[in-house]
Design a protein around this ligand. Structure first.
Ligand code: B12
Ligand code: SF4
Length: 615
């Protein structure tokens, strides 16, 4: 099931609404000396191709954005801990500014959900008199907020509240709790009064538990789908978040100080930046258009240039990765950004001489932008990741074909931009096909000849929040276990075959490995070195080296699963994930995030308590 959309015309915040909230909080922050720890959950079992390097050497934008929002609102006693760098961190041991923090926040993708739940459970071990208010957020919270609560007496301890939205929702929650907070009272106690008094019900984008004792939830209240900030220039500046990082280490507790600014670029040579959000396509396996409520949101070129410049100046960051769903989505707005970046100059130095950037686009829109690709290069862009999925458009039809894809790749290479294809393997695709482009190796070879610089091959895996999710389960495609090993969240990244109707699913697992081996190997490394005098220079050779290293990790991690698929008994899951705890919306409407009930397409929760009572 896709996330429901708010009533048409009510998807976005009013212009200036986020800015005004930030200002209001800043003026009240002085009277609340809050300390906050934000943890980014990361399951190290997920380390392999094609995300190796980007997973630990690029600080995730989500926690950094939340940290920036807190500092911007006046709460600078904030620390960000990445499990990527601090595996042993235990929230139950954390102290910041000499005390247990007022707020503990955990962010997670679904893939890292087990690590996130372990963090939250550990935070629940803190003595109730000092226990921070526990807030969960991030992509897993957006799609499956119910998973972050506990109704299991054997494993108590969930979040107090889950934010199913972005900065505006979090800051509105903080404002609502602070407005109820008495002098010297803990944030958790103030939260409980705010919750029980209905003060949270007018903040769309929250899920909180009611009636639970000892960390057990009996019912979840869902305040509905968030309103999105339309003008991304209203977001707090990312420069604030980089000051808050816990340095890498092996301790369970926190260090005295955050990482010094001059070490940031060494630990995180890639900096992710929000440039745009949204995509006009509607691929049935993708949750992105629904999450964005079919809106396309952008930052201005001036703001992006300023972010790159300040991040370079303050932290030495030079390489930026756009957190875009489809950067070329709207040609006019793309050109506005790119033209500004190409001419931006600070302190007499051209930005493009300091900053290189990369992002995600589609093949279709790359062709629409063909004549502007030299401008893209001039603006500092050096690589683009393209969702090719399946060249023959048998699996997915979004205007791609072998000819169009080759044409787009050649145009990119001619402009000096590295094309990075993302392929999707599926049940009906063979390893090799004679006389057609259907086979995986045929497609990889075609892309390599057209100039592909890296390769991503992932198995089509059901994504929560996508149209295809339920039918993939009810059709019996989703595996429950193989050879006695259950499918766990960390395996749902497309690297493991966890959904297949193929008679021999192990073949799918080995086909993906064969595809990677075909692309990443010493032969192509040598060829890339010999051909290094092209406009993309040594990038293909460098990525061959990373690719081979990542492939070793992929083989080590996934071959055991291939063996289980080959020799073990396979069980299936027939029901899509859903809340085990009863969920309700505010004012008699169904809970927007309850996947167990049929949803109406548009759910509009009441704006206020009065409205809720009236409803
Ligand atoms: C860049 C990116 C990556 C990079 C990440 C590198 C890095 N270290 O940052 C790479 C390429 C490695 C990657 C890999 C994968 N990705 Co990815 N990726 C993205 C992408 C395009 C941008 C992420 C980003 O920076 N967003 C910008 C930030 C600001 O947004 P955000 O993280 O959502 O955070 C906001 C809110 O969620 C909230 N929030 C976040 N944390 C918290 C915490 C609290 C307490 C609160 C209150 C709020 C809050 O506030 C933030 C500010 O608005 C997103 C799609 C998107 N546009 O977001 C997908 C996305 C995050 N990826 C996704 C997936 C599935 C994957 C993969 C599993 C691959 C796959 N099969 O598609 C792998 C996993 C790799 C791994 N081992 O972790 C999914 C996650 C879905 C889910 N349910 O978890 C997303 C959402 C795309 C989608 N399909 O919808 N990805
Ligand atoms: S083109 Fe990409 S981002 Fe857009 S809907 Fe399809 S898969 Fe999702």
């Amino acid at each position: 099931m896709e996330l429901p959309r708010r009533t048409r015309g009510d998807e976005l915040l009013k212009p200036g609404e986020l800015t005004r909230l930030r200002e209001r909080l800043r003026s009240s922050a002085r009277t609340h000396d809050l300390t906050t720890v934000i943890a980014c959950a990361f399951d190290h079992r997920t380390r392999m191709l094609p995300f190796i390097f980007a997973d630990t050497r690029m600080i995730p934008a989500g926690v950094r954005a939340v940290g920036s929002a807190m500092v911007d609102a006046g709460f600078d006693k904030t620390r960000i801990v990445l499990q990527q760098w601090n595996r042993n961190f235990r929230p139950s041991r954390m102290q910041l500014d000499g005390r247990t923090p007022d707020l503990f926040m955990a962010s997670s993708m679904s893939l890292h959900a087990e690590s996130c739940l372990a963090l939250i459970r550990d935070a629940n071990r803190i003595d109730p008199a000092q226990r921070p208010l526990i807030i969960a957020g991030g992509p897993h919270a957006v799609y499956e907020p119910y998973d972050l609560f506990s109704a299991d007496p054997a494993r108590p301890g969930g979040a107090d509240v889950v934010v199913t939205g972005e900065e505006f929702v979090l800051l509105s929650l903080v404002e609502a709790v602070l407005s109820m907070r008495r002098r010297g009272e803990s944030m958790r106690a103030a939260f409980i009064r705010a919750r029980d008094g209905g003060a949270l019900d007018g903040v769309p984008g929250l899920v909180y538990a009611r009636g639970g004792k000892d960390g057990l939830a009996e019912e979840l209240v869902d305040t509905g789908i968030q309103r999105l900030v339309g003008d991304l220039d209203e977001l707090p500046h990312p420069v604030l978040g980089y000051r808050l990082l816990e340095p890498p280490g092996r301790h369970a507790n926190l260090g005295m100080r955050a990482m010094p600014a001059d070490q940031v670029h060494r630990r995180s040579p890639l900096a992710s930046l929000v440039l745009t959000f949204g995509c006009k396509f509607a691929c049935p396996y993708c949750p992105i258009p629904a999450y964005n409520q079919r809106q396309y949101r952008v930052k201005s070129g001036e703001r992006i240039a300023d972010e790159m410049f300040r991040l370079n100046k303050e932290y030495g960051l030079r390489r930026f990765f756009g957190a875009d769903d489809n950067f070329f989505n709207d040609k006019t707005r793309t050109l506005e950004i790119v033209e500004t970046l190409a001419r931006a100059e600070f302190d007499g130095v051209k930005l493009r001489d300091r900053a290189r950037w990369y992002t995600e686009v589609t093949v279709h829109d790359t062709l629409q932008m063909r004549e502007h690709l030299p401008l893209m290069r001039k603006s500092g862009c050096r690589a683009l990741w393209l969702g090719v999925e399946d060249l023959t458009a048998t699996l997915v039809k979004k205007g791609q074909s072998a000819d169009k894809t080759s044409e787009a790749f050649r145009a990119l290479r001619a402009a000096g931009i590295s094309p990075m294809p993302m392929m999707m393997h599926h049940d009906t695709q063979p390893l090799y096909s004679r006389g057609s482009n259907y086979g995986l190796l045929n497609q990889i070879e075609l892309l390599r000849r057209a100039g592909a610089v890296s390769m991503q091959v992932l198995m089509l895996t059901p994504a929560v929040g996508s149209k295809l999710l339920e039918s993939t389960y009810t059709s019996g495609q989703v595996l429950g276990s193989a050879g006695g090993k259950a499918v766990r969240p960390y395996m749902c990244d497309g690297n493991y075959v966890v959904a297949s109707n193929h008679a021999r699913p192990w073949k799918k697992q080995l086909t993906m490995l064969a595809g990677y081996l075909y692309f990443y190997n010493p032969v192509w490394l040598v060829v890339a070195l010999i051909r290094s005098r092209t406009r993309v220079a040594l990038m293909p050779a460098g990525l061959q080296v990373f690719g081979m290293m990542g492939l070793v990790m992929t083989i080590v991690r996934t071959s055991g699963w291939a063996a289980r698929l080959m020799f073990g008994r396979i069980t299936r899951q027939l029901r899509a994930p859903a809340s085990r705890i009863p969920m309700r919306g505010v004012g008699g409407v169904p809970a927007s995030h309850d996947t167990s009930v049929a949803q109406v397409a548009e759910v509009r929760p009441p704006r206020s308590r009065q409205a809720a009572r009236a409803a």
